[in-house]
Ligand binder design. Structure first.
Ligand code: BG6
Length: 491
């Protein structure tokens, strides 16, 4: 069947995300025939650049970020021809908005996808301006990039503002981690395998660690990053979404709202931090904030965060929080959420550590001096790169010394497999999937308003304590290292 053409308007079209992720994703979809050749992509941003200059910058970005797709020069040029550009002042209604209207109204019946990838404080005004220009039709959808606001109050204001002009089912709050195949796989792994489902609780699991480490620093986004920080940039959204998928109870169905109901229940069950002195005591004991200093990454000397910025800063580039999910399933199981820039390797993963069996026949070693507790069994879901699953188990060491008993006879065996499609090595980038879902109006992998609000409600007291009380103090970690250690959680 023919694919209906869509008019896509990218607000923030000259920004990092558009060049690095959105346009490469659209090119790949175009190459695969997933978007119609009549699709129009309108870049919109404050900069007054000519169409030629904009197309030139897009071409360069596509060569860099989607080289395999851009290598086909006729596909590339056909795609570039879908792109147009217009300078627009997002914050103020004027002739530029009317020019956008004239362009879109050439095809009044078409589906419209407005992608907001600007500073989130502009979202309400942009929605109002679209409405004033008469551009929001029943076939229109709006995608909101994260972070939605900087705290619960600003998130509510944005949600209300955008919600005045778009209905909730026209609003697609994107969290690109939800589009990652490995993140979607959490649901399948948990609920398609009775063996896994049966051990997925505090009875068997001692702790859960969710990590997103990156080798990159702040790159060209210093302004955005320095006013945001690791907790708002990654933890409030990506990591809490992963936590929700790991911690939720079984949804009543696979339908989008059923899964979101289950996720929001898990987010609302996050144990609150308490108030007053108790709040700061909890935050001091259960969170870590860090900033990278100078170091070496991939064999190259790199400056520290403040040197890179050129001015002092209290913004964290590493955020770690320990959480409890107060549902019967997870009673007193610590969940550690950890994200950092300038780590020694890029790695996002979930580690589930199983409880040792105190009555195990193997708990003791008979040989003096070898009373080593066996390493706990662990299930690791490697989200990226190097997507895969591994399970470590205790097995008998074939070289165990004669007469050894208990732990002295054991060794660890790691079962590890890559996660990929049976007939392809390439896992589609999450933006490819999510942009198509938004264009087709499928909200399942987008974040519902109540999820955003529950996530802010939990994290906001921590951010307040960090900022107002300087508690806990910022630690400096060397770039290219493992980053600060986890706090110790005592239920
Ligand atoms: C974005 C953050 O949401 O996710 C960036 O704003 C971060 O700071 C990026 O680098 C990481 O995404 P991924 O898919 O590379 O893990």
């Amino acid at each position: 069947t023919a694919i209906a053409p869509v008019d896509v308007v990218l607000f923030g079209a000259t920004g990092d995300l558009a060049h690095r992720k959105l346009l490469p994703a659209l090119l790949r979809q175009f190459k695969r025939g997933q978007i119609s050749p009549q699709t129009r992509i309108r870049g919109a941003a404050l900069q007054d650049v000519s169409l030629d200059d904009y197309r030139h910058s897009v071409r360069k970005a596509l060569w860099r970020f989607a080289p395999e797709a851009a290598a086909d020069s006729s596909v590339l040029e056909d795609f570039i021809n879908l792109i147009s550009y217009q300078p627009i002042n997002a914050a103020q209604y004027g002739a530029d908005w009317e020019a956008l209207a004239a362009f879109l109204n050439q095809h009044p019946q078409r589906s419209r996808l407005f992608y907001f990838s600007t500073a989130p404080r502009l979202y309400e005004t942009m929605a109002a301006n679209l409405s004033k220009a008469g551009l929001i039709t029943p076939q229109s959808r709006v995608v909101l990039e994260k972070p939605i606001g900087t705290n619960a109050e600003s998130a509510a204001r944005i949600n209300n503002g955008v919600g005045t002009h778009f209905t909730e089912n026209q609003i697609f709050r994107i969290d690109h981690y939800l589009g990652k195949e490995t993140v979607q796989n959490i649901l399948a792994l948990r609920f398609a395998n009775p063996m896994i489902a049966s051990v997925w609780s505090s009875q068997f699991i001692a702790s859960v660690e969710i990590t997103a480490a990156e080798t990159v620093g702040v790159e060209e986004r210093a302004d955005y990053y320095d006013s945001t920080g690791a907790a708002r940039d990654m933890l409030q959204n990506h990591l809490l979404q992963i936590l929700a998928l790991v911690a939720m109870d079984q949804p009543t169905s696979l339908e989008g709202n059923a899964v979101r109901d289950a996720k929001v229940a898990a987010l609302k069950a996050l144990r609150p931090w308490g108030e007053g002195e108790e709040l700061c005591r909890q935050v001091a004991a259960h969170t870590v904030r860090g900033q990278y200093g100078p170091g070496t990454v991939d064999g190259k000397a790199v400056p520290g965060y403040v040197e890179e910025l050129g001015h002092p800063s209290q913004t964290e580039t590493c955020a770690i929080m320990g959480a409890y999910v107060d549902t019967p399933r997870w009673r007193n199981v610590p969940f550690y959420l950890r994200t950092l820039k300038r780590a020694h390797e890029k790695c996002s993963e979930i580690i589930l550590t199983f409880r040792p069996d105190c009555n195990s026949l193997f708990k003791n070693a008979a040989t003096p001096g070898q009373a080593v507790a066996p390493a706990p069994d662990r299930l690791i879901l490697r989200l990226q790169p190097d997507e895969g699953i591994s399970l470590s188990l205790q097995v008998r060491n074939p070289e165990a010394p004669h007469g050894a008993t208990g732990t002295a006879t054991l060794m660890q065996l790691v079962l590890s497999a890559p996660y990929r499609a049976p007939h392809s090595d390439r896992i589609a980038d999450s933006y490819e999937k999510l942009l198509l879902d938004a264009a087709h109006g499928d909200p399942a992998l987008f974040v519902r308003r109540d999820e955003v609000e529950a996530a802010w409600a939990w994290i906001e007291p921590v951010l307040q304590c960090w900022a107002a009380e300087n508690t806990p103090p910022m630690v400096t970690y060397p770039a290219g290292g493992a980053g600060p250690g986890l706090p110790v959680l005592q239920p």
